[in-house]
Design a protein around this ligand. Structure first.
Ligand code: SF4
Length: 436
């Protein structure tokens, strides 16, 4: 049954003409799977049901009818169609949004920096008029991206220095980051890895590079955890993803696989039964989903997350703190509460990394601390993410907390609770010293 589902899903592979993902450089042949796909009418009907996995929201349905009147619901829910029709040019975008001068100029002059790409599905969530609305600011460029300020770097986390072979970042002793692609379906304007996105010299979907990276992992027995990232690993075909997961899963000392992705948010159609059938074969497999704002928690995205959770995949979220987008307690509370309802545990809240042209996104550190203070104690502990700064220069993630431990007095540790009240803990066994 799993194979049958996989075949029907692969029967309509992404096109090669307009492909957002660089299909011309694919390295794994999946023609045998396509050839094996049954073509009868009976199976076609079955496939239709599989490819209509979600109930579409009224918002995306209206958008589809307005801007893509000739396509069927079947096509809209086909993730390959969404990838092929990702919006990348000012003409198409200006039909859908009233562009500000800054957006229009940035779209026209973005060459050389992070490209623009927005799936039609995600475009359906954008505010038509308001260029300052949260989701729109995340994916539509503005001229502020051209403003480079002190401290900004192409590679602020110094990942390249910790890369022993192409695609691998080995910073912490027991785990590696494996960058398996340089493409995403939709590009976030604050992307930490904008330096590698769609750069021809960084092309990462390459069998030789994958083999070298896998050899590195095989030869380093202290690596027990591999995080697939990119780019977005879930933009790879089922066939490639299964090949990668299968190879990594066979390495005896690798105890855990993780995938970092924004696909359930920007391309929920990708979370097909065939994909989840593959993923559940490689447990323990964890997933970190990049979620930014409660407006992203749509019926489609929720259904995708619930499907992943039902496949036994523990889901965590990664959220970048962004000025004017999610940097207030009320927005963040809505976001974390909504996530828990779809079984996504808030995991990290990141201080925005200082990539070039990011100053309009970055907040003071005090803002992140204020948000954590506004969550901790006021809501379920599971809803409170860890606020971290990924230290520029390669220091790794450093957690930041509001000051709950405020000093010592006569052998007691003085603690401040979420309401600001002071309590004592008789810490008799500890060496007494000033916290400050
Ligand atoms: S999904 Fe991740 S890798 Fe892709 S553009 Fe957004 S932040 Fe960058």
């Amino acid at each position: 049954m799993e194979n049958e589902t996989l075949f029907t899903e692969e029967a309509e592979p992404p096109g090669r003409k307009t492909g957002l993902v660089k299909m011309e450089n694919e390295v794994i042949d999946f023609s045998s799977l396509v050839a094996a796909a049954p073509q009868t009418q009976t199976v076609k009907q079955k496939s239709d049901r599989i490819l209509f996995p979600f109930k579409d929201s009224a918002r995306s349905r209206l958008f589809r009818k307005k801007y893509y009147p000739d396509i069927t619901r079947f096509e809209w829910f086909d993730w390959h169609w969404q990838l092929r029709h990702a919006i990348r040019d000012v003409q198409t975008l200006s039909r859908m949004l009233v562009l500000s001068d800054s957006e229009r100029q940035a779209m026209l002059h973005h060459a050389g920096s992070l490209p623009v790409s927005i799936t039609p599905y995600y475009a359906s969530l954008l505010n038509y008029r308001d260029s300052s609305s949260p989701l729109r600011r995340c994916v539509v460029p503005v001229m502020d991206e051209c403003l480079h300020t002190a401290g900004e770097e192409e590679d602020p986390l110094n990942e390249d220095a910790d890369s022993p072979v192409p695609g691998i970042v080995h910073r912490y002793p027991d785990r590696v980051l494996f960058l398996v692609t340089d493409s995403c379906s939709t590009y976030c304007r604050y992307c930490t890895r904008s330096r590698i996105i769609e750069r021809s010299n960084q092309h990462l979907i390459d069998l030789d590079k994958w083999e070298r990276a896998i050899s590195y992992i095989e030869n380093n027995t202290n690596i027990r955890d591999v995080l697939l990232s990119g780019g977005d690993p879930l933009t790879l075909s089922d066939n490639k993803l299964e090949w990668l997961l299968g190879r990594l899963h066979k390495i005896r000392h690798v105890e855990l696989l993780r995938i970092g992705t924004k696909v359930p948010v920007v391309l929920p159609q990708r979370i097909t039964p065939a994909l989840t059938a593959i993923l559940r074969k490689y447990h323990p497999l964890w997933m970190s989903i990049h979620i930014t704002h409660p407006d992203e928690l749509t019926p489609e995205m929720s259904a995708a997350c619930i499907r992943l959770a039902d496949a036994g995949i523990p889901l965590g979220s990664q959220t970048v703190l962004l000025s004017g987008i999610n940097d207030d307690v009320e927005t963040m509370t809505r976001l974390v509460h909504g996530q828990l309802q779809i079984r996504v545990r808030p995991y990290y809240l990141y201080q925005c990394d200082p990539i070039p042209g990011s100053s309009h996104f970055r907040t003071p550190i005090s803002k992140g601390l204020e948000i954590i203070q506004g969550l901790r104690g006021y809501t379920t502990g599971y809803a409170v993410p860890t606020y971290v700064v990924d230290a520029p220069g390669g220091g790794g993630k450093i957690p930041l907390l509001p000051e709950y431990a405020i000093g010592w007095d006569k052998g007691d540790l003085l603690l401040r609770n979420y309401e600001g009240n002071i309590f004592r803990y008789p810490d008799n066994h500890a060496e007494q010293k000033d916290i400050h």
